[in-house]
Design a protein around this ligand. Structure first.
Ligand SMILES: Cc1ncc(COP(=O)(O)O)c(C=O)c1O
Length: 489
């Protein structure tokens, strides 16, 4: 029996809950109504996430079989906890690792916890728009040839914007040098289910893969999976990884979340094909209409792909920009005029995510709005440009993409982050920070990729680009009171 069934069966049986949680499944005052009764804890028959041997193990086996891996673990604290467990499970204090500079904050946190010596690999940037390209196998091979003591390689594929790396080439390079390949595939839980989507990182030979099922599949927020592949790769000490999961996951994992993962796996097993077929019809219609837009560029990825030699991108990430890469308030307009909440905005683009659970009506709503905006941009463009950018770049060029500067610069590393965070620090105004060493992580959120890491020198370009991002209203984490940055004292 699997978790979902066991949970339903237990709830229907009518036990009086003389146990945690304190809400007792009593709907009085519950904003979830009757659903609260399924929020149960580890009791007889419902297994234990940290030592799974019953219904949770059975459900995890289904997940492993669906993804074609040796073992899968349910995560109730997102890919974040999976990334921590994976890195801490394959390294010991002081090890050297190679990470894509565009990795999520959790990768940096793991490096800090284990006092790891970090070397970066910098993805190329699509300059016009400021998004990171994928990483190639040869690039990783070159670094590993130069630095044979690197123990693990960690990359993000696909990225937040849906750009995949050459995972099979990177796996080959890593394995040739005896390094473990961990792929943060938080955004790729839906890969491998249909040939219009890129192959999964697991099928391309990564050793540990982390998927946020909540991001692109029908599963509740916070749910994710950690897979261990064990095929032709470097041997991963599975018990060490499991131990890290026991350390970093709650000892009271939510059964609503775990049953949500189980249900998601079942949906993909039983209805995956029909869901993807329906989805592809909607997506194709959407793309056909998007291709006809005059001022907005939606299906632009195809052009970007060709220009930057990227093999694979995820069609579920709908990246919208102005054809001339002018800076427009698309995010605000979609929200305020059309009641469409995008996933994120950057200075030159806006990102929407459309998954297998979006209906034909949902797709139509989005493309109808984009068609209207496209027409309005053509009629009276001025309303659509960001004022602060116009003021700063009155020549109409609207400047170089903030993202391009932030993600494209390679700050000089003076010391590793774990050393820098221990040092005395002070807050200074951003404009006074040039030449100082950062004591904190600065990142745009989303996507939560650090543009500045503790221990790195702050350049003028970086300081100015952070200032511009703040003026532009982008969410910059790590800056105090919108103007101060923590630097070494
Ligand atoms: C690339 C990437 N990796 C990891 C994460 C963390 O995933 P989660 O929110 O499931 O913890 C995110 C979150 O947005 C992400 O964008």
């Amino acid at each position: 029996m699997r978790l979902c069934e066991a949970l339903k069966e237990h709830t229907a049986y009518g036990y009086y809950p003389a146990h945690m949680p304190g809400h007792k499944g009593n709907p009085e005052y519950s904003f979830l109504g009757d659903i609260i009764k399924y929020d149960i804890t580890e009791i007889d028959g419902l297994d234990n996430l940290h030592d799974a041997e019953g219904v949770i193990l059975e459900s995890e086996k289904h997940a492993a079989s669906l993804y074609g891996v040796k073992e899968s673990h349910f995560l109730v604290n997102g890919s974040t906890v999976g990334i921590l467990a994976a890195i801490l499970g394959v390294t010991v204090q002081g090890d050297k690792i190679l990470i894509g500079r565009n990795c999520h904050r959790s990768v940096y946190n793991a490096a800090e916890i284990n006092k790891l010596n970090v070397r970066y690999i910098y993805p190329r940037i699509m300059k016009d728009i400021g998004i990171c390209c994928g990483i190639r196998g040869e690039e990783v091979d070159e670094i590993l040839n130069d630095d044979p003591c690197i123990k693990a390689v960690i990359i993000t594929s696909p990225t937040y914007e849906g750009i995949s790396s050459d995972v099979s080439g990177i796996a080959e390079a890593a394995h040739k040098h005896g390094a473990v390949l961990i792929v943060d595939s938080a955004h790729g839980a839906h890969f491998g289910f249909h040939d219009r989507f890129p192959e999964s990182a697991a099928s391309q030979g990564a050793d540990i893969i982390i998927n946020s099922v909540h991001k692109t599949l029908p599963a509740p927020t916070q749910t994710a999976l950690l897979h261990i592949n064990d095929v032709n790769g470097v041997k991963v000490d599975k018990e060490r990884v499991r131990k890290q999961l026991r350390i970093y996951q709650s000892s009271s994992p939510s059964y609503l979340l775990m049953a949500g993962i189980d249900n998601c796996i079942r949906i993909m097993e039983e209805h995956g094909k029909e869901l993807f077929d329906r989805y592809l019809i909607n997506l194709t219609d959407f793309e056909k209409r998007a291709d006809k837009l005059k001022h907005l560029c939606v299906a632009g990825k195809r052009r970007f792909l060709e220009e930057y030699g990227i093999e694979d991108a995820d069609p579920c990430k709908i990246l919208i920009c102005h054809r001339q890469f002018n800076n427009i308030k698309l995010y605000d307009i979609l929200r305020s005029e059309y009641r469409i909440q995008p996933e994120m905005e950057a200075d030159k683009y806006c990102l929407l995510i459309m998954t297998v659970m979006d209906t034909e009506e949902g797709f139509n709503r989005v493309i109808n709005a984009l068609e209207c905006i496209d027409e309005l941009v053509g009629n009276d463009a001025t309303d659509f440009y960001c004022p602060e950018e116009q003021a700063e770049y009155g020549d109409g060029s609207y400047g170089r993409s903030i993202n391009d500067i932030l993600y494209g610069s390679r700050p000089v590393k003076i010391m590793d982050a774990y050393e820098a965070v221990e040092k005395k620090s002070e807050n200074v105004y951003l404009e006074d920070s040039v030449g100082r060493i950062s004591s904190s992580y600065i990142n745009l959120y989303p996507p939560g990729i650090p543009v500045l890491v503790p221990g790195e020198e702050i350049s003028r370009d970086m300081s100015e680009a952070i200032g511009r991002a703040l003026n532009r209203g982008l969410k910059v984490r790590g800056i105090t009171g919108n103007k101060e940055i923590k630097v070494h004292g």
